[in-house]
Design a protein around this ligand. Sequence first.
Ligand SMILES: NC(=O)c1ccc[n+]([C@@H]2O[C@H](COP(=O)([O-])OP(=O)(O)OC[C@H]3O[C@@H](n4cnc5c(N)ncnc54)[C@H](O)[C@@H]3O)[C@@H](O)[C@H]2O)c1
Length: 307
Amino acid sequence: MNRIGVTGGLGFIGTSLVPKLQEAFGANIRILDNLSNISGGLAPGDGVEVIEGDVRDADAVGGFVRQCDAIVHLAAHTRVIDSIEDPALNFETNVMGTFNLLEAMRRESVPSFVNASTGGAILGEVPPPINEEIAAKPAAPYGASKLSAEGYCWAYAQSYGLAAASLRFSNIYGPNSRRKSSVVAAFIKAIREQGAVTVFGDGTQTRDYLFVEDLTDGIVQAIKAEVSGVYQLGFGVPTSINDLIDKIRSATDASFDVNFEPARAGEILHTHCDISKARADIGYDPCTTLNDGIRHTWDWFEKVGPV
Ligand SMILES: NC(=O)c1ccc[n+]([C@@H]2O[C@H](COP(=O)([O-])OP(=O)(O)OC[C@H]3O[C@@H](n4cnc5c(N)ncnc54)[C@H](O)[C@@H]3O)[C@@H](O)[C@H]2O)c1
């Protein structure tokens, strides 16, 4: 490939993905990012071109996709809580933004699209493990917008023949997550700043934590496989908040307090993924244990200094 476009490429996941795309495909990278939530870990240069622009702007998107061989779409309005507060902004960014990209790709004959999606927020509270066949019942506008984007990806694959994969990421953690409020990053920041973490509920709720380098390997595999449709990308293992806290203690030797607060209304209690479809179709093979991943993440926060 000559050029790969990455929307939202300056964010948490993009910062890990971009060097991996360069290595795997020897391609130049073109990033479209509105700079609203950048990680600070990636700069233009060395085969990386950055266009400051918004996926809601059809003209900017048209110029961005031109002469690209594939697009990875990471830019999004990413927080469930923000989507409840401002569903219109969530719709414009996640649904119209994705539609703008697909339309521009159709016009410019760009053949390959990888769309960042999500499992938990699309499916709601269902007995785990979650898989691609479960009927979607998004409980918040964020999940509804991601489900709608998946629908357009599938429709464009069927109608216009491009490869369009929607990858449903689980809970991603790792370096470059300083601006994230997801649980691993939030706990590490709270330990470093306050010497204590806060757990909502009794800590038995489970999630599927996936190290960002395993995720970005999976994205590379999906581009190579030229697949369309929906794929769950997680580690495939449930971990409770209480276990996560034990692992943070053992992986880092940090000492900290744990405060328990009442559970938050609407929070999903248990979720983890069945990753067998991604294993079979794209050769997805996550291998970083939670212990190792937490240590890498902790070391990164130590290296970048006070938060
Ligand atoms: N991090 C996770 O655990 C997780 C889980 C499930 C799904 N996802 C999805 O993965 C994708 C990337 O997530 P992330 O954690 O790297 O998020 P992030 O917020 O760190 O990065 C998103 C990037 O997109 C940019 N951006 C935001 N709105 C934009 C717009 N309108 N136009 C152009 N650029 C815009 C931001 O500046 C940022 O650089 C998102 O689509 C998210 O919904 C992430």
